[in-house]
Design a protein around this ligand. Structure first.
Ligand SMILES: *[C@@H]1O[C@H](CO)[C@@H](O)[C@H](O)[C@H]1NC(C)=O
Ligand SMILES: *[C@@H]1O[C@H](CO)[C@@H](O)[C@H](O)[C@H]1NC(C)=O
Ligand SMILES: *[C@@H]1O[C@H](CO)[C@@H](O)[C@H](O)[C@H]1NC(C)=O
Length: 418
């Protein structure tokens, strides 16, 4: 019933845009029917990776990162890379702890990593990690933001969230984006701002790495829409966070909640001014009211989408829940059915997309990467041993937009070295 209704809406989206439901093949980097973290791990243990990032190095080298939030103490490690010896292995490549096993050995080691949930690779060879501090909803440590230098694989900064930034055992972080554009040139690679969506706490967390300041933004548009709560994803609020490219004069921060059809925008400069969001003192309570009106509903897509990411051309990509499709919208157009295009349709590859990223390849081009899981795994369902549970699929954004066959930088390298 629900599914039919979705498809009806999708067909409307497609036909309005006069497009064909044509299957597009993304590049499959890895897939797992059996995800094992360690050889001494009990069989049939369930691990649910949720986020990915592809780091491109020189000469087309690459490294793949995965977050595997801890559902129990039985998760040997929670931030992983594909073992370098298995980098070219398509099926069931082995994983390794990142940066090493010492960071993961004890679950309640608050100076290690408790439960990595989101990552972001910036333009300064740094990996930003959000650690929820939770194991199966138990808040063992404060949530942390960790910044690793990817050249030396060493920690360069850590930030423990103060208690006013999150709600223990409730806050779950579903997206993070990092922006370096506001830092002055000499400080660029010391600073950066992280924006984190707290989907179950209904707020946006901002952390400025240069000053160490942090603040939290809450607004009614970050709460689940009452009208559509029946859609199952009952209490998830703000689910995504994306930013206009840094070269754009008037920049916006975009987000949506999981169960609403609306896309919301707010000017980045308002988000970045912490004094706009201070509610503690009575005099500044009015600031929040003043800036509140700048949250703008761009329009409705008439359908739910989950993970969302923006490329350096201002194209916002979103995966449509359980429909096997990716849609794209350019920020310089209106948010109507005519402006939202389906750029990929492949129900075998695009299932439940929990991680959606734009990574820069060695040539500086944008590539879109998705971690796609079988949705049954998230609702306690079981799959056959040989069924694909997780896959990492990607495509140059230029190929998505021009509807040319999907290529990625990793293929160039493989082709030239053989
Ligand atoms: C906690 O994590 C830190 C950082 O990796 C590590 O150096 C230390 O040995 C860990 N402590 C324990 C008890 O595992
Ligand atoms: C930040 O916002 C406050 C009002 O909340 C305003 O008075 C101040 O000028 C703003 N600062 C900047 C740098 O825009
Ligand atoms: C967006 O919609 C407004 C109001 O309908 C219209 O004036 C404007 O030209 C449209 N912009 C684009 C880029 O289509």
């Amino acid at each position: 019933m629900l599914r039919l209704q979705f498809i009806g809406i999708l067909l409307t989206v497609y036909s309005t845009a006069a497009q064909q439901l044509q299957v597009k093949h993304l590049h499959t980097l890895h897939k797992w029917s059996d995800l094992n973290l360690a050889s001494d791990q009990p069989k049939n243990k369930l691990f649910l990776p949720v986020d990915i990032d592809i780091e491109y190095g020189d000469e087309g080298r690459h490294r793949t990162f995965l977050t595997i939030p801890r559902l129990s103490a039985g998760t040997a490690y929670t931030l992983a890379t594909i073992a370098s010896s298995d980098n070219e292995v398509l099926e069931n490549p082995r994983l390794e702890a990142y940066p090493n096993m010492d960071w993961h050995r004890t679950v309640n080691n608050c100076s290690g990593i408790t439960s990595a949930i989101r990552t972001y690779i910036d333009d300064c060879w740094r990996l930003w990690v959000v650690d929820s501090g939770q194991v199966n909803s138990l808040q063992l440590c404060a949530p942390h933001i960790l910044i690793f230098d990817l050249v030396r694989d060493e920690l360069v900064q850590r930030f423990a969230m103060p208690s006013h930034l999150y709600t223990p055992s409730i806050s779950i972080f579903t997206a993070m984006v990092v922006d370096l554009s506001e830092s002055d040139a000499p400080n660029k690679c010391l600073g950066g701002k992280a924006y984190i969506a707290d989907a179950w706490g209904y707020g946006l967390i901002v952390f400025d790495a240069l000053t160490g300041k942090s603040w939290r933004i809450e607004h009614e548009s970050m709460q689940p829409s009452l009208g559509v709560r029946r859609f199952g994803s009952a209490y998830a609020g703000i689910f995504t966070v994306s930013l206009s490219p840094s070269h754009v004069a008037e920049r916006f921060l975009y987000f949506h909640t999981l169960n609403s059809f609306f896309e919301i925008a707010i000017p980045v400069e308002l988000v970045n001014n912490a004094s706009n969001w201070q509610t503690s003192s009575s005099s500044s309570a009015s600031n929040v009211d003043t800036v509140s009106k700048h949250f703008r509903i761009l329009g409705t897509r008439g359908i739910q989408c989950e993970s969302e990411v923006m490329d350096n051309g201002g194209n916002l990509y979103c995966s449509l829940i359980s429909l096997g499709a990716l849609v794209s919208w350019n920020e310089h157009t209106n948010y109507t059915a005519n402006d939202i295009r389906a750029v990929a349709y492949n129900p075998q590859q695009l299932k439940f997309v929990t991680g959606l990223k734009i990574n820069r390849n060695s040539k500086g081009e944008n590539e879109l990467w998705a971690l796609s899981s079988d949705p049954k795994l998230f609702v306690g369902g079981s799959l056959k041993d040989d069924e694909v549970k997780f896959q990492i699929v990607g495509c140059r954004t230029a190929d998505l937009l021009a509807n040319t066959p999907c290529t990625v930088g990793i293929m160039d390298n493989t082709a030239s070295s053989t």
